[in-house]
Design a protein around this ligand. Sequence first.
Ligand code: BJW
Length: 246
Amino acid sequence: MKKQIEKAAEILKETLSVAVLTGAGVSAESNIPTYRDADGLWNQFQAQDLATLEAFSKNPATVWEWYSYRQQLMLKCEPNPGHKIFVEMEKYFPEFTLITQNIDGLHQRAGSKDVVELHGNVMKARCMKEEEKVFDFIAGDNYLPKCEDCGSLIRPHVVWFGEMLDSEVIGKATSAAANCEVFIMSGTSAVVYPAAGLPLIAIRNGAKLIEINLEETPVSDYAEISIRGKSGEILPEIWKLVKGDK
Ligand code: BJW
């Protein structure tokens, strides 16, 4: 493990252009549940009943109640040392793109200025009728919230299964993956597409992949360095070596 951490730091010291993909594991140390771990959301709740447009169309109040509960949980959480290293990286590398699948906004709360949110943001909502109307929204106990302008139902501004990602957002992420020298992936099971395709795009275009995750993922075999550990512990160790030697 120590050797891998040192090797990751060596690679980063020689690098100008970095893209990062984070997933729920990066926020696990902030006490936000992941999706597919043993205690993850999809082991407690049925995704098809809560995270699809069909579910929302059938029972918007149930879906909003779940999102309201998660908003309240996430509002109580604070960024952890893993989030903070990406703030440092943004200042340090001439070219840096932070791509996240997370909807919790913790990267921004840690201080990251530019975050590509692939799956939206749970603290935002949008009008069902005029989809371009996106706004900050905390549901509280209002489980059938309406658009203040047109009275239509509003929905959480997140990407559910079977929905397309915003084309500008996935375009920016794809371009960063295709053009970086090093792609760092942390805290994601790398099974949800199109996000899971980004490290493969990076590798195909000559980038080195550094993975930090508790468990092996479908892309671990393609990684230059694949470290099994917590992002909030491993990333600071790597970063100490990168900064210490420069
Ligand atoms: C730690 C740690 C610590 C823990 N430190 N590590 C069949 C084949 C291929 C694709 C498809 C298919 N059938 C359907 C699809 C498409 C589908 C998809 O990919 N499904 C797969 C599951 C099979 N994708 C979509 O539907 C996407 N849209 C799309 O493709 O449109 C075109 C299309 C339309 C119709 C049909 C087909 C294509 C949209 C995906 C939207 C995902 N939405 C969610 C919910 C967001 C809202 C909400 O939260 O309520 O996004 S699902 C959930 O998964 C969430 C996450 O962003 C996403 C990824 O999860 P993530 O972050 O990887 O978390 P986990 O829990 O899976 O992993 C955590 C990891 O961290 C683990 O490995 C731990 O070990 C590790 N870890 N603690 C480091 N401290």
